[in-house]
Design a protein around this ligand. Structure first.
Ligand code: ZN
Length: 378
């Protein structure tokens, strides 16, 4: 990412802890609404607050352990990520997690209320663990339904900002085509049951490929769908293609992830945190293999939905080493909706009716995928 684009950091401007052995309140003030994920770890009992890159600007002594909280740590946990770890003196559960606006919107306050619970209750919540801001909103502050049958889909509109992508014979820019399609796709998905949608970008912003992958992981995405409409030097080639990550992708991905895990990230759950490096690598490999299977399943669903309705190229299911598909724990596909280098495709790609119809078919394929996944879980 170019220098100077890094003003997306969060600033934690104040923090405090109040309470006793049975109940404590943690208060963290940010300058804008924090995008956070909560999870629990056992041995010792901990709650983890994962944040994007954050500057902890409050005084060191602001978070003195007290009552139910026996220790507090915070800092960077990898490139572009920060983590706060609150260790409990005894098992505890977050009874309330909410963000409020204070001082006329100048302060965004994250309030976490922890109450003592028994050991079984703590273990049960470790098993479920993930508790995102969106899940809290959806369940009105009750963490218990946070996982359930809802899939989180992250839509990635390819290119953006200084990276315009391909350009059609009539001058259409790929970055605009992908964003317009992403918006139509989002609406179509939101009309489906059991689907939560997030976007990597909602305007003409430049995003690095790793930032897109990171966004998907931060959202705990069940699927990442990257949308493109590239150019090719065979002008007659037209139609849609669905790509999954190829096996030729570098093993350095697994290795570097394992390295990152050792510095405190979590890819396949809590068990990785203290695992020796070799085990971490195996877990990443397992996650990646499973991810490939799910990615292929989604790709097939997309083709089934498109069949006979959206023009496809020959052998429309292809594989390549796209960086944006390389999250080891997020099934990912890249959909080339068509080729901007082809005149007919360009007309379709910029046609509102085609876009609505194709977005609806793509949303149906995601719903079919979801049903397959849920059937497999039962
Ligand atoms: Zn592209």
């Amino acid at each position: 990412m170019p220098e100077g684009v890094r003003n997306d950091r969060y600033v934690a401007i104040a923090a405090r802890i109040a309470g006793d052995d049975n109940r404590v309140r943690l208060v963290l003030d940010f300058e804008r609404k924090p995008d956070f994920t909560l999870s629990y770890l056992e041995n010792p009992f901990r709650v983890i607050v994962d944040l994007p890159e954050t500057v902890f600007a409050f005084p060191d002594d602001a978070l003195q352990p007290r009552g139910l909280i026996s220790s507090v740590r915070y800092g960077m946990s990898g490139a572009g990520r920060a983590r706060m770890v609150f260790e409990f003196a005894s098992p505890a559960r977050m009874e309330l997690v909410e963000t409020t606006e204070e001082a006329g919107g100048a302060i965004h306050r994250l309030v976490l209320d922890a109450v003592a619970v028994d050991r079984e209750a703590f273990s049960a919540q470790v098993a479920k663990s993930v508790w995102t801001d969106a899940a809290v909103d959806a369940t009105n502050g009750k963490p218990d339904d946070a996982s359930g049958d809802t899939l989180t889909i992250v839509i990635d509109a390819g290119h953006g900002g200084i990276d315009g992508g391909a350009e059609g014979p009539s001058g259409s820019m790929e970055k605009d085509v992908t964003l317009a399609f992403a918006e139509a796709f989002k609406s179509a998905l939101e009309a489906e049951d059991g689907i939560r949608v997030a976007m990597t970008r909602t305007d003409d912003a430049f995003l690095s490929l790793s930032a897109r992958v990171r966004k998907a992981r931060e959202e705990r995405a069940d699927l990442l769908i990257s949308l493109h409409a590239d150019s090719i030097n065979i002008k007659s080639l037209r139609g849609a293609t669905v790509y999954t990550l190829s096996d030729r992708a570098s093993d350095a991905v697994a290795q570097s992830l394992a390295d990152q895990e050792n510095s405190g990230d979590a890819i396949v759950g809590a068990s990785l945190e203290n695992a020796p490096e070799a085990i971490a690598t195996i877990l990443v490999d397992l996650a990646r293999t499973e991810t490939r299977v799910f990615s292929a399943g989604l790709a097939q669903q997309v083709l089934n939905s498109f069949e006979g309705q959206v023009k496809l190229i020959n052998n429309p299911l292809r594989h390549a080493g796209f960086k944006v598909l390389q999250a080891p724990d997020v099934p990912s596909v890249l959909v080339e909706m068509g080729y901007l280098s082809n005149h007919e495709d360009e007309k379709l790609l910029t046609d509102d009716e085609w876009r609505q119809n194709t977005a609806r078919l793509l949303a149906q394929s995601v719903q079919n995928y979801r049903k397959t996944i849920l059937a497999g879980r039962r």
